[in-house]
Design a protein around this ligand. Structure first.
Ligand code: AMP
Ligand code: MG
Length: 349
């Protein structure tokens, strides 16, 4: 078909743009991360993120076009993340995309962010997942299992009742005094730790749903107990009492438990949906090496595409187009920063 889509992503703290051909071939992929700014604060400050997007947005788009050796004439459609995400961050991406769509007279596709993460698994170089697909979405804001009978059709079959698994990595990292973002820092510290040192509980949640807030508290209590401190001792001070080897052992024990919980639910899901042909893992936590090792049969995005990027947005839009989805009216494009997948209607995201 030869369709080139410019994908734009600004849902959190990465300003990203990419050009993807026919939903599978990445012609360019530019990501400017604000991690250096937020490492200093230990988390994202939404207003600062929005201002950084504003500065980086057009240079990133120009570079994506230049790297792909494209002019605007070569671009068939523009895709942009419209929800969920940080309000100010989403506004910069969506306003840019709709303005460019109007200026250059291109069809505009407003894409759900989690759908994009799932479609990162179709950018693996020709070896595409087979339907029906089960998708485990593991990100900073979501933990869900989706049943996908065909392109662009999603049914939520499991979701977290409280924290997301990525959020849990980030909060446990804070308790242990590890830097932001917590996921990679925990994974690194865990390499030197004993994963069997501390026994942490698996939550008892019915069906295919998850709960991660209890695991975070269990780590907090285990650290307090290990240090002989009362449960009233403030969590922010515990890091000052921990040795490097205790931090490594807690990181390893926590990571092992979090991965076991994910794998248990995924196994239950494959038993519940025996027709499933492929399992795909999506979202920032899919970068985790130990999770990759624990699920050798599953599809994972290439590590560079586990985090937020424009290529996955373009890929998701391509499969909307081939599924017959109409473009978004750029004048009517609205954003719903607090939208959850459940609220986007049954069966689709
Ligand atoms: P996302 O919300 O999809 O952009 O992903 C961000 C989340 O992924 C954050 O909570 C990170 O801590 C987490 N994350 C990133 N890399 C890793 C990793 N290697 N292991 C575990 N979590 C990770
Ligand atoms: Mg994301």
């Amino acid at each position: 078909m030869d369709m080139k889509i410019l994908g734009i992503e600004t849902s959190c703290d990465e300003t990203a743009a990419a050009v993807v051909q026919d939903g599978t071939e990445i012609l360019s992929n530019v990501v400017v991360s604000q991690i250096d700014i937020f490492a200093e604060y230990g988390g994202v400050i939404p207003e600062v993120a929005a201002r950084s997007h504003l500065e980086a947005m057009m240079p990133v788009i120009r570079k994506a076009l230049a790297d792909a050796e494209c002019t605007w004439d070569d671009i068939n459609a523009i895709a942009v993340t419209h929800a969920p995400g940080l309000l100010g961050s989403l506004l910069i991406g969506t306003l840019t995309a709709r303005t460019l769509a109007i200026l250059h007279d291109k069809p505009l596709y407003a894409v759900h962010h989690l759908k994009s993460h799932v479609y990162a698994n179709w950018l693996t170089g020709g070896h595409a997942p087979q339907f029906p697909v089960l998708a485990l979405v593991v990100s900073g804001g979501h933990t869900q299992i989706l049943y996908m009978p065909a392109h662009n059709k999603f049914e939520i079959v499991g979701t977290t009742h409280d924290d997301a698994v990525g959020e849990c990595f980030d909060k446990v990292a804070k308790i242990l005094g590890l830097p932001y973002p917590g996921g990679p820092a925990i994974a690194k510290a865990a390499l030197n730790g004993d994963a069997h040192k501390y026994k942490l509980p698996h939550p008892k949640v019915a069906g295919l749903d998850f709960s991660f807030s209890g695991l975070k508290t269990a780590v907090l209590r285990a650290v307090q107990k290990e240090l002989g401190l009362p449960i009233s001792h403030p969590s922010y001070d515990l890091k000052n009492h921990l040795t490097a080897s205790q931090v490594a052992d807690f990181a390893a024990s926590f990571q092992k438990t979090a991965i076991e919980i994910l794998c248990e639910k995924l196994t239950a899901a494959t038993e519940q949906y025996p027709d499933v042909q492929s399992v795909v893992i999506a979202g920032g936590v899919s970068a985790n090496r130990a999770l990759r090792d624990a699920l050798p049969e599953a599809y994972f995005p290439t590590p560079a595409l586990s985090g937020d990027n424009g290529a996955m947005v373009a890929a998701a839009a391509y499969y909307e187009i081939v599924s017959g989805v109409e473009p978004t009216d750029p004048y009517a494009l609205n954003i719903y920063p607090r939208i959850s997948v459940e609220n986007t209607g049954t069966g689709t995201i």
